[in-house]
Design a binder for this molecule. Structure first.
Ligand code: NAP
Length: 271
């Protein structure tokens, strides 16, 4: 009975906002939340089938709203947060939108580097800042930020990516600390490699053993992430193998760890 009432309450008045919710990991997080009766707001780039994902969420019995915006554009980003704050009570924020890649830093297009920092670091920070007053108004709220196992070491050829994901890890842990005693709990998930689309699958396959050891299905990662977020786990690792990876990596001298991970990234470019 209590669970039924909780479900009804979830259904009626509160929303989970997921950035990058149209495809990949973000879509699976949105579907997982819908299965658990949370209404969702999906945010993604224009023209990326966001309505199809929303329809799948509605099919699970919840309300699904959509907003198309390029989160690297500060004005669009602020319009999106203003729209969300004016229309909805938000009790879950998932900063999933992100981009990666493996490239030689000095040969990269400047726009590629700017885009990576803007979407991974700036968008996560600004959206969190703008939606926090809304989250703080709710009796119980959650923020889940998506980092990566790549945040455990600097990685050559993923130079900017690994640094942005380290930022997400520190930002989330520090914010969780800062918000102690409030209604908002902050978690960070550090997925291992997930075959979320053809391009990423190709990259993972070229990494060799390191890519294979920590491989998790995005479905499992989404399920574990939502379950642990709702259990207020601040630091989420998916799958036993990635716990072992983390442990083994912590035993290695930093220089060797960095070399191993850089070699795996280099194989992606050379493969
Ligand atoms: N796949 C992995 O192996 C892996 C491992 C660890 C961590 N992660 C992290 O997991 C998250 C999701 O990755 P994924 O594998 O699902 O990748 P993906 O399939 O490429 O999805 C990325 C999502 O981010 C959105 N996005 C990218 N740039 C955007 C922009 N400028 N404005 C608005 N939305 C934008 C995309 O929206 P559109 O749908 O509109 O394009 C897409 O929904 C990322 O933060 C990634 O770093 C992935």
């Amino acid at each position: 009975m209590v669970e039924k009432i909780r479900k009804l309450m979830r259904k009626k008045s509160h929303y989970a906002l997921i950035t990058g919710g149209s495809q990949g990991f973000g879509k699976l997080l949105a579907l997982e939340l819908s299965k658990q009766h949370f209404n969702v707001i999906l945010v993604a780039l224009p023209g990326e089938n966001i309505e199809q994902t929303a329809a799948q969420c509605r099919h699970l019995g919840v309300d699904a709203e959509t907003y198309e915006a390029d989160l690297t554009n500060r004005d669009e980003l602020l319009k999106m947060t203003e729209w969300a704050n004016n229309k909805f009570n938000i009790n879950i924020l998932i900063n999933n939108a992100g981009t990666g890649g493996t490239q030689c830093f000095h040969k990269s297009d400047l726009r590629y580097i700017e885009n990576l920092i803007q979407i991974n670091v700036m968008a996560t920070s600004i959206i969190t800042h703008q939606l926090l007053p809304n989250l703080l108004r709710q009796d119980e709220s959650y923020i889940l930020n998506v980092s990566s196992m790549a945040s455990f070491s600097p990685i050559g050829f993923k130079t900017v990516y690994s640094a942005t994901k380290r930022y997400i890890q520190h930002f989330s842990r520090a914010l969780c600390q800062e918000l102690k005693g409030t209604s908002v709990f902050v978690s960070v998930v550090l997925p291992g490699p997930m075959k979320t689309n053809a391009e990423i699958t190709g990259r993972i396959e070229k990494q060799g053993l390191l890519g294979k050891i920590g491989l998790v299905t995005p479905e499992k990662a989404a399920k574990v992430s939502i379950r642990k977020m709702l259990k207020r786990k601040p630091y989420i690792i998916v799958g036993k193998r990635n716990y072992i990876n983390k442990f083994l990596l912590a035993l290695l001298p930093p220089q060797i760890k960095m070399q191993l991970m850089t070699n795996a990234a280099k194989r992606e470019i050379e493969g």
